[in-house]
Write a protein of this length. Structure first.
Length: 752
């Protein structure tokens, strides 16, 4: 018997959620109720990637679908609006767990607005950050938004399955965008600074950019302050270390153009392979822009058995297996008594799960936050300098909670605070044997350990999976190295921006084929975060059946490549994907258009002929209303000029309101300052103000009974719970804890 039965209805978000269920061993039935929505890749590629292993059934009406609902444990339903979801009969369906996916959620004044991924990414703040200053913002191509919505919904639904609970999940795609931003929101709230577009040049970290090599390749380098010394070794210019223009990150920002030109000149004299070898030797983060053909031939992916054989339209192809693997994975059947009869009322589904969190930067902390929002008890195991020094040399990326560093700046770094709600902090120096002993004692009592260090970090401290399993054979150990724990790239330094070009995405993002652009969003990190949360919920269910823990290996690289899967399938089918700027291969018009005001823009998309006719009516060009999609694609330049003439005399808010009145998908290109004032965001209370100074912090993109925001707690101070954790978890006496403080094993502030 399959573990659970899943019924899937709707577009690509539902399809991706169903794909994850199918790979986990569920029996997934996909109901085809309407035509496939427009896709960046071919229909064949999308079907091959999303729907392999599912049972496909075509039904004529929602009423006919009801018989399939009755037999499902989980129903995943995606609709164009709240009313469209209701028209399908969602509220009447009887299933233990029901997942509703809509553009704006089921409540709020915009619940029935028309939307596409382009308009939602614009409204959620992604689009305003991508592209070059002085040029139109860039839309993110592909299906990142739908796949991320599906992944978040999957982990939340699976958590309810694990707990044996019933629940109804209301997943908002707009809130998916809002929840997966790194520091944009807190920088506005705490530093009153609106992050701007900066092309491939990451403004706050210098040098970080795409550089062309001698053999016309492209490499991306991301030099955060900790890698400055290594960078001077990489470019063979040690004299830069004492150059007064570059001695601090602030000074490097001030003299960015000079530093950029130095890097351009050096890298232009090296081949791509030479850049890779030098970066590996100097241990700096560097990534190579790969075509989809390159990705398919990548030796690292091949060495890790990343590709799975498949058939698409009678063509033998390979498909990504996914961004994570569970080792010690056994064939599973449904355990006795875990069916509908034992489902309980809604509670925090992960309330009995204890997690030790050793993560840092973004991907790991975000993944753990998703789990803590579902009720997991999380102990943050922190290094003494994990939040930085006692005195910060400059303002952090997100600013300070409250706007000023105060007497304890390490505790109010806004970016750190944003990612670390619902934790208790234990500050241990794991470089010391006594601290490692304490950590292993905690492992013996924990359910999950999560870390995103390099592949060699934990084993070098004697804390690899084998050591943790000796302490607790039921432990679930999640390791999130950039390139996985094996293969030729294993020891490369990996940051989201440098891994991104290796995924193939950079080939598709830009103003044209000859102008590659990085996303400015470090997309590999939030992709890894959502997949890590999904992997933990899978591993928890596996453990209930086997009684054993497992190793979960999450690779930033492989997570990103998985999201490019439809393009990779098309590449193998001979339909080579092409960068189209802000246009779309299956929708026209589709673009980012100027509006009244300085650097103000509006995203406009016609999903179908009906919306195109309504647009022609609105902008006064009824003579074009009968143009078919192929004609609109051919005449896109002329249509863009027609739309620009109309949009330029209106604000983006005015244009959006008129377009939505005519049921046309549109949205303003919002900045961080615009989003908190959005009436939909306000009505759904997305931002949660429980941190110091009532600072608004992004919430979770799903509303459900199992996510109870009134139970969330603020980010703890460094070492705030040292005594509580050691006394309650390990029964340490006060004298013992005091001795650990005296011996500098535990800390409540960075050492002097």
């Amino acid at each position: 018997m399959p573990l659970i039965k899943v019924l899937e209805i709707g577009g690509y978000a539902a399809g991706y959620c169903g794909r994850l269920f199918a790979r986990q061993g569920a029996e997934v039935t996909r109901l085809e109720l309407e035509a496939t929505p427009p896709a960046w890749a071919s229909v064949e590629a999308m079907r091959a990637f999303l729907h392999g292993g599912k049972i496909s059934v075509t039904v004529e009406s929602a009423a006919e679908a009801l018989e399939y609902v009755c037999d499902a444990d989980v129903v995943v339903c995606e609709a164009d609006s709240a009313d469209a979801l209701e028209a399908l009969g969602f509220d009447e369906w009887q299933a233990d767990i029901k997942v509703a996916m809509t553009p704006f959620g089921r409540t709020g004044p915009k619940r029935n607005w028309q939307a596409t991924p382009s308009t939602l990414l614009a409204m959620g703040g992604y689009t305003s950050l991508m592209g070059d200053p002085g040029r139109p913002p860039l839309n993110l191509p592909g299906h990142y938004l739908e796949f991320q919505t599906g992944a978040i919904a999957y982990s939340a639904a699976l958590a309810s399955v694990y707990a044996g609970q019933t629940d109804i999940l209301d997943a908002s795609m707009l809130e998916t965008v809002l929840s997966l931003t790194q520091f944009t929101h807190v920088r506005w709230h705490c530093a009153r600074d609106i992050r701007q577009r900066h092309g491939n040049d990451f403004y706050f970290v210098v040098p970080s950019n795409l550089f062309k090599t001698q053999d016309s390749g492209w490499v991306y380098i991301n030099i955060v302050p900790a890698f400055w010394d290594a960078f001077t070794v990489f470019i063979e210019k040690p004299e830069l270390l004492i150059d007064e223009r570059f001695t601090t990150n602030d000074l490097r920002i001030k003299h960015r153009d000079v530093l950029y030109q130095i890097a351009v000149d050096v890298i232009a004299s090296w081949t791509t392979d030479a850049c890779i070898r030098r970066a590996e030797a100097a241990r700096i983060p560097l990534g190579v822009v790969q075509t989809f053909s390159d990705v398919l031939k990548d030796p690292h992916l091949a060495s890790r058995a990343f590709w799975e054989s498949s058939i698409c339209d009678d063509v033998e192809i390979v498909m990504p297996r996914g961004g994570y693997q569970l080792f010690d994975h056994l064939n599973r059947t449904c355990p006795d008594g875990r069916r509908k009869a034992e489902r309980q009322v809604i509670e925090l589904p992960l309330r009995d799960v204890k997690i030790l969190d050793l993560t840092h930067v973004w991907a790991g902390p975000l993944g753990v936050r998703l789990l803590s929002d579902l009720g997991a008890e999380v102990i943050k195991i922190e290094a003494p300098y994990g939040r930085g020094p006692r005195e910060y040399p400059s303002e952090p990326l997100g600013g300070w909670i409250g706007g000023a560093p105060g007497p304890e700046p390490w505790n109010i770094n806004a970016l750190f605070v944003k990612l670390h709600r619902n934790r208790k902090s234990l500050c241990l120096d794991l470089k010391k044997a006594q601290a490692r002993k304490i950590f292993l004692e905690l492992v013996a009592l924990a359910d999950v350990v999560v870390e995103n260090f390099s592949a060699r970090a934990m084993p070098s401290m004697g804390l690899g999976y084998a050591a943790l399993r000796r302490a607790n054979e039921k432990i679930i150990y999640v390791s999130m190295p950039g390139y996985g724990m094996s293969g030729p790239y294993r020891d490369r330094v990996a940051f989201g921006p440098t891994v991104e070009p290796l995924s193939g995405l950079t080939q598709m993002l830009g103003y044209g084929p000859d102008e590659p652009r990085n996303s400015a969003m470090a997309l590999m990190d939030p992709i890894a975060a959502t997949q890590a949360a999904a992997a933990v919920t899978e591993a928890l269910i596996q453990r209930t059946e086997t009684g054993k823990g497992c190793l979960v290996e999450m690779s930033l690289h492989e997570g990103g490549v998985t999201y490019s899967a439809p393009w990779l399938v098309d590449e193998q089918l001979g339909q080579k994907p092409q960068c189209m700027g802000n246009r779309h291969p299956a929708m026209a018009p589709h673009g980012i258009y100027p509006s009244k005001g300085e650097d103000c823009w509006v995203a406009i998309t016609c999903k179908n002929d009906e919306q195109w006719r309504a647009l022609c009516d609105l902008v006064g060009h009824a003579e074009k209303s009968n143009l078919a999609l192929s004609d609109r694609i051919e005449q896109h330049d002329e249509i863009d000029s027609m739309i620009c003439a109309w949009s330029l005399v209106r604000t983006n808010q005015e244009a959006t309101a008129l377009l939505q009145d005519h049921k046309i998908a549109a949205g303003p290109v919002n900045t961080a300052a615009d989003i908190p004032e959005d009436q939909q965001v306000k009505s759904r209370q997305f931002f949660v103000p429980f941190e110091r100074f009532n600072t608004p912090i992004p919430g979770h993109s799903i509303q459900m009974g199992g996510i109870q925001r009134n139970t969330w707690t603020r980010c703890p101070d460094l070492g705030e719970h040292n005594r509580e954790v050691l006394s309650i978890w390990l029964n340490y006496e006060d004298d013992t804890i005091t001795a650990l403080e005296r011996d500098a094993v535990i800390f409540s502030a960075p050492p002097t």
